[in-house]
Ligand binder design. Sequence first.
Ligand code: GLU
Length: 452
Amino acid sequence: MTTTRFAPSPTGRLHVGNIRTALHNWMLARKAGGRFILRIDDTDAVRSQEEYVEAIRADLTWLGLAWDREERQSARLDRYEAAFALLRDAGRIYPCYESAQELEIKRKIALGRGLPPIYDRAALKLSDADRAAKEAEGVQPHWRFLLDHAESIMWEDGIRGVQKFDPAQLSDPVIRRADGSWLYMMPSAVDDIDMGVTQVLRGEDHVSNTAVQIQIFTALYAANFATGHDAAKNAPAFAHEALLVGSEGKLSKRLGSLGCDAFREQGIEPETIIALLARLGTSQPVEPIADRAALTASFDLATFGRAPAKFDEADLERLNTAIVHQLPYAAVRDRLPESMDEAGWHAVRPNLTHVREAAEWWQLVTGPIAAREFAEEDRAYLAQAEALLVWGDDPWGALTAALKEATGRKGKALFLPLRQALTGMDHGPDMGELLPLIGEAEARARLQQAAN
Ligand code: GLU
């Protein structure tokens, strides 16, 4: 079964880049009728905070990205311990004793010689006695995964095509700190195995992690890491999407802080964000598609390009207006004035750019409306309107037809005084929809008021 995961670290709020990754994983799973896992990457106990875990859940819920299962890395430490023991026994994990400063010096020397700053594996050459001496000095080891330089790395990336890496050009990654805590690299692979993840879709900043993780998957399977399920013993399929950049084409600070709270405050609908992020950076046009099933059906990794996806906040506003015009009453009811029913929503919806403006337009129905001054001639016209008002299925159609016939007025002269008298405004929602909502008694009262 297609299984995807979204794996945020709860060290901050979700921003538009994370939201996009979450959405794409959600769509991949939903389109295939598969599963979407929310995995909280909280192995960094210092930086991870519970309030961010809650905010992540709340944001995904607001966006309508329901997950089928939630996992937390902090609850899975025994699995990492088990994987660690297996890989260490298989000779694929080794202890290192360099301090951060020593490593930094090595890096600088390599760079100074014009060489890539690849870890020199000095710790591999230590004898048992060397290690014992380090530990006697009180130096606890950190641990690296030993890349197999003979096993070239290759995968068919769902977006980038065939990817090849020479493991000798990569540093053996540190997978565990001296205090015993875990870095991201191995736990993520362990989780993907245990949770039966079939598709890893993430940002292209993870491409070199994938190269390393492919060897970790192979090493874990070779060491018979117990999976508890009989999924194929293969690494998942990988796809890496181009990063999101601001409209200026750069990775912007603003994008890094733009999240659901800001969108909500701005009056941007979840469906707008979904419609934009589903297609941004793909060859498919960004369109105001409020039907999520339709968007999901058209989602296709093959349409993703390799150029950075440009996120323009102006697109968001434009798209939002078009989306608001399609939203069904059920989707917005909670945010509308209490007395506003479905017909009311349909009447005002075409005039909105944000749902919250519905309340202002609704006041034209509930009143009080702005008082207007009319010229003598129009007052007579409005008195005549009140006299000709017949309350049927389509009171506005009937009224304007009767007035046209009786007065010879047309166009603006016919319609505008009526709109002004009935709503206090020069423009607004379609009168044909509005008048039945205002109701006969109130309509008569407003026309009389204007005529006096
Ligand atoms: N916690 C990692 C991140 O936020 C997850 C990366 C992944 O999808 O494997 O970058």
